[in-house]
Design a protein around this ligand. Structure first.
Ligand code: 9D3
Length: 246
């Protein structure tokens, strides 16, 4: 997979992607991520990327020309992109299913907006998907672009070392995780649940399954609307927990 991120804060994006699992995947050449400075695609002496909105109002708008030049240059270099994604508060909310869809693509261009918005002709002519990361207001699209790239790239085969954990997360995208403990077995008077020290793997799995469902029912009942997709053993536990909870 090849990802090009277009931003006016390239250092911020580059430094975040240099670290951790994503940075290692780039080093190992499992994925190719290139961060591009939008100002490099301006042609005026002041390298202008924004201008006042037609019709008046607060803030500035990203001008179309640099973004058109950036996307054209990237596609001339790389070939046609499978998607041109604009990070935008007006976009569809990112979800695991959406991340999985993008993770199957070969070439992605991600545009991170700033200011009050991006000239609508960019959206009409270039953008294939407008994506938001949730219903809260940030100061720009760089953190959303990083969230998007992280969520998508970790699903590319070979990026995360432990394939089982990726598979479990995909399966568990509709269910919260169980609690985790490590040593010591007792800390400040708080004991680790005895079953986890028992060495009885079937019992441990049963306990974890129950805790996942109990937490989901308590904290995120909305996720269980797709409970029809649960395996029968999970559905039985869920029914029992619901009776207890009343
Ligand atoms: C008053 C209109 N505002 C739109 C909701 C203006 C505005 C606020 C914040 C325009 C851009 C931004 C910067 N945010 C993003 O670019 C952004 C974002 C976000 O703020 N929250 C969640 N997802 C995203 S994706 C891009």
């Amino acid at each position: 997979m090849q990802v090009d991120v277009v931003t006016i804060f390239p250092d911020m994006v580059r430094h975040a992607l240099d670290e951790g699992i994503i940075g290692r995947a780039v080093d190992r050449e499992v994925v190719d991520i290139t961060v591009r400075d939008l100002r490099e695609y301006t042609t005026d002496r002041h390298r202008t990327v924004d201008d006042v909105p037609f019709g008046g109002g607060p803030g500035m708008v990203l001008k179309p020309e640099p973004l058109f030049r950036a996307v054209a240059a990237i596609q001339a270099e790389r070939g046609a992109a499978d998607a041109v994604v604009l990070m935008s508060p007006q976009g569809r909310a990112l979800s695991h299913a959406e991340a999985a869809r993008f993770s199957g693509m070969q070439r992605l261009i991600v545009i991170s907006g700033r200011y009050e918005g991006v000239d609508e002709r960019v959206v009409e002519a270039l953008v294939t998907d407008e994506i938001s990361i949730g219903d809260y207001v940030l100061t720009g699209g760089e953190l959303p672009a990083l969230v998007f790239v992280d969520a998508v790239v970790r699903l590319v085969p070979g990026v995360v070392g432990d394939r089982q954990s990726v598979a479990e997360d995909s399966f568990a995208a509709g269910v919260l995780d169980h609690p985790h403990y490590t040593r010591p077995a007792e800390f400040e008077g708080r004991a680790v649940p005895a079953v986890l020290l028992s060495g009885h793997h079937a019992e441990i799995e049963k306990w974890r399954r129950r805790e996942r469902l109990r937490r989901t029912l308590e904290r995120r009942p909305d996720l269980l609307e797709r409970a029809g997709e649960l395996e029968p053993a999970d559905r039985a536990v869920l029914d029992e927990l619901r009776k207890q909870q009343g």
